[in-house]
Structure formats: C-alpha cells, structure tokens
Design a protein. Structure first.
Length: 136
C-alpha cells in the first residue's frame, strides 16, 4: 500500500487548480482579444516559469510583434520606408507617416480602446478560487 501524505495531495490539487486557472485566464484573454483574422487569438498561450511545491509562477500572452500594441496602444512609425502601407477592409491601399493605435480592436469595433490581457489577468484569483472548489 502506497502512503500519500495530505500535503502531497494538497500540492497536487493546488497545481491542478493553478493549471486550470491559467487555462481560464487565457480563455478570457482570447474572448477579449480583437479579431481581424484570428491570428492574435491563436497566439495567446501560457507557460510555467517556475514551480516548487505549491509555489508556482507562470506568464501568459502572445509572442506576436503587434500583440503589445493591441494591448497597450502606441505609435507605429515606418522603419525601412518613408510611409506605412496596408490594405484596409475596403480593399484599398492606405498610406501614413505615423499611426496612433488605440488599445484593442480597430476604430468602430466593440473592442476598440480596450486591452485584452490585463482584464483577464486581473480575474486570475477568481479563476483560481473556482478551480480549487471544483477540485475539492
């Protein structure tokens, strides 16, 4: 008969709840993220930074170059040309020397001006509580 201490079982439950809470946090960020083609949605992930017993650290987000500007907003300037160029939803080419991006989606979208990662991260505690209750 294998002896499993209460501490070991408790650490396993906390680890499982942590993983579930991180998945829920990523899901929330995914729901909040602006949608153009879905590339940003697909790129939101999480990974464990360190884990020692019940002491766990993780991070979540996107590695896409434009993800941070979608979260925080900012100014986009050309690097290798005199003008920025892009094809708009209207199918026409647009040019600018500088673009001031608001957080979130494009102007006129429901997610314009809204970050997507920070609100999800702020709900981690709620997700953790819910996951711990499911595991108990």
């Amino acid at each position: 008969m294998k002896f499993v201490s209460h501490r070991d079982r408790l650490e396993d439950d906390v680890r499982d709840a942590f993983h579930q809470a991180m998945e829920d946090t990523v899901g929330e960020a995914d729901d909040n993220a602006p949608v153009d083609e879905g590339t940003l949605h697909a790129s939101i992930t999480w990974d464990m930074i360190s884990e020692s017993g019940s002491n766990m650290k993780a991070r979540f987000g996107s590695a896409l170059r434009y993800a941070a500007i979608r979260e925080k907003g900012g100014t986009i300037r050309p690097v290798r040309a005199k003008l920025l160029a892009w094809r708009g939803n209207d199918g026409k080419m647009h040019f600018a020397k500088v673009v001031h991006q608001q957080p979130g989606g494009k102007k006129g979208s429901a997610k314009h001006g809204k970050p997507y990662l920070k609100p999800a991260g702020e709900r981690f505690g709620e997700f953790m509580d819910r996951a711990l209750k499911r595991n108990s």
